[in-house]
Design a protein around this ligand. Structure first.
Ligand SMILES: Cc1ncc(COP(=O)(O)O)c(C=O)c1O
Length: 236
């Protein structure tokens, strides 16, 4: 069962299509704060309990200290493939991805590009790290970059759009507008500003999210994937 913020869309798109395909039961909260959504999750869990089930509540974004462990494992794989890596750039949503990477690689190597998904990303990251075993991180070393949030989580920023276009046209790699495009936009800005150099061994972490591409046009009409201007490539 999934408890989702907002109104049920008339036509399912993006992740919702995958949720339905996988057989999830969807509960829509309507307009709701994070706190109200959490209360709805608890209410649904209680209903399951009353019906004799044993609910296991997975928090927003699947982010808790236990989930972050998966990206500690990912850090091990990265180090095996690129032992002297200098930077890993990753999107920050609800935080477990970055927390795991920080735990595995150290704060000085991981740069989280905030997407605006949570109100206080720094507090969230600290909370996740504090909940992990044997992790010693100086909190002042954490690198969280809020320069790509733009008008907010749901907005497709011009820099993200540019990053999507660049990755598609130069590498044939497709990014989603909310997470991976912001992360690449953050990397581009750091390279342009000289904070990441040509010789630095830098990993751009592509965390997926492609189903989100299918909702670009409905969620942000100003960012249509259709060419706007005349010409072979148009606006995109
Ligand atoms: C494609 C994609 N990348 C990155 C993230 C961010 O991960 P986290 O919530 O662990 O910060 C998400 C979260 O939903 C995501 O969907």
């Amino acid at each position: 069962m999934l408890v989702l913020q907002g109104q049920e869309p008339e036509v399912p798109a993006g992740n919702v299509v995958l949720d339905l395909l996988a057989g999830a039961r969807l509960v829509w909260t309507g307009p709701a704060t994070a706190e109200q959504t959490h209360r709805e999750v608890e209410r649904q869990a209680e209903k399951v309990r009353q019906d004799g089930g044993i609910p296991h509540v997975i928090p927003h974004g699947g982010s808790n200290s236990y989930a972050a462990q998966a990206y500690v494992d990912c850090s091990g794989e990265l180090l095996a493939q690129l032992p002297g890596l200098d930077h890993v750039i990753v999107a920050f949503g609800s935080g477990a991805t970055m927390a795991g990477l920080v735990a595995g690689l150290g704060a000085e190597r991981v740069i989280g590009i905030d997407t605006g998904a949570v109100a206080d990303p720094c507090a969230r990251l600290n909370e996740l790290l504090d909940g992990m075993r044997d992790v010693r991180v100086r909190h002042s070393d954490l690198q969280l970059d809020d320069s790509q949030v733009g008008a907010g989580y749901a907005a497709v920023t011009p820099a993200a759009r540019e990053a999507m276009r660049l990755a598609a046209r130069t590498e044939g790699i497709f990014l989603d507008p909310t997470y991976t495009a912001r992360a690449l936009a953050g990397l581009i800005a750091r390279v342009a500003g000289g904070r990441i150099g040509r010789k630095d061994r830098t990993v751009f972490m592509h965390t997926g999210g492609l189903p989100d591409c299918s909702v670009i046009r409905t969620s942000a009409p100003d960012c249509s994937l259709r060419p706007r201007a005349a010409g072979p490539l148009g606006r995109w």
